[in-house]
Design a protein around this ligand. Sequence first.
Ligand SMILES: [Zn+2]
Length: 253
Amino acid sequence: MFAAEPAPTQFDLNFRIAGFPVRVHPLFWLIALLLGARDGDPMTLLIWAGTVFISILAHELGHAFAMRHYGQDCRIVLYMMGGLAIPESARWSGGQGRCSRGPLAQILISAAGPGAGFLLAGLVAVMVFAAGGAVHLFLAYGFLPIPIVFLPEVANEYWSEFASSLLWVNIFWGLMNLLPVLPLDGGQIAREMLTASDPWQGVVKSLWLSVVVGAAIAVIGFGVLQDRFVGILFAMLAFSNYMAIQNLRGRSW
Ligand SMILES: [Zn+2]
C-alpha cells in the first residue's frame, strides 16, 4: 500500500514462495507487534503477528499472481504496516507498478490483492466448519460485523482466536483497501476507471474522490469507531491527496 521500497538490512527475512522472492523488513514485525500490544498475553501477540504476516503476504501474492498472469514477474516486500509487489522489469514505468497494459489489466491486478484476502477468509471459514466449529457475527457499533469463531471443546482456545483474527483482518482490511482512496487498491481502481475516458480530468477527479472519501472515513474512524489508527491513516491519506491536487495546479495552471 505504501509506494517506496526500503533499503535492504541485515535483519531482513528472505525466502521464495511460488517462485516470487519475498523480503520481510524488520520494521514490519516491530509495527505489527506495536499495533497488537493491547493486552499482555504473549500468545495473543504472537497470534496477531502471525495473522498480519499471513494476511499481508496473501494480499501481495494476489497482486503478484495477477501480474504474472499478464506476463510480469515481480518480488514482494513486507514493510511497516503493508506490503509491496514490485515489478521486476523496466517495461513498467512509474513507482506504483503502472504499465502500458490496458486499464482492465490494471484494475484486475489492483483487485487481486483484496480478492486473495477474501479467498483466504473463505478458506479459513471452510476449515472452521470442517473442524465442527461455527462462525458467529457480533455487531459492533450496530453496523460493523466482527466474526467470532467457536471451535469444538477439544481444540486449543488459541486456534479460535487465530481463526477469528484471520477472518477479521482479511475481510475488514480487504474492504478498507477497496475504498476509492489513493494509494489504496480501491483508489487505483477508481483512477483507472476515471482516466479511461479523460486522462487529465480523470486524475484530478480520482484525487478529489480520495480527499472526500478519506476525510469522511477519518471522521468515522475518530468519531464512531474510536479507532485512532483508522482515523490517523485516512486523515493522512486525505491530506496527501489534497497536496497532490495543489501540486498539479502549481505545475499546469
Ligand atoms: Zn494491495
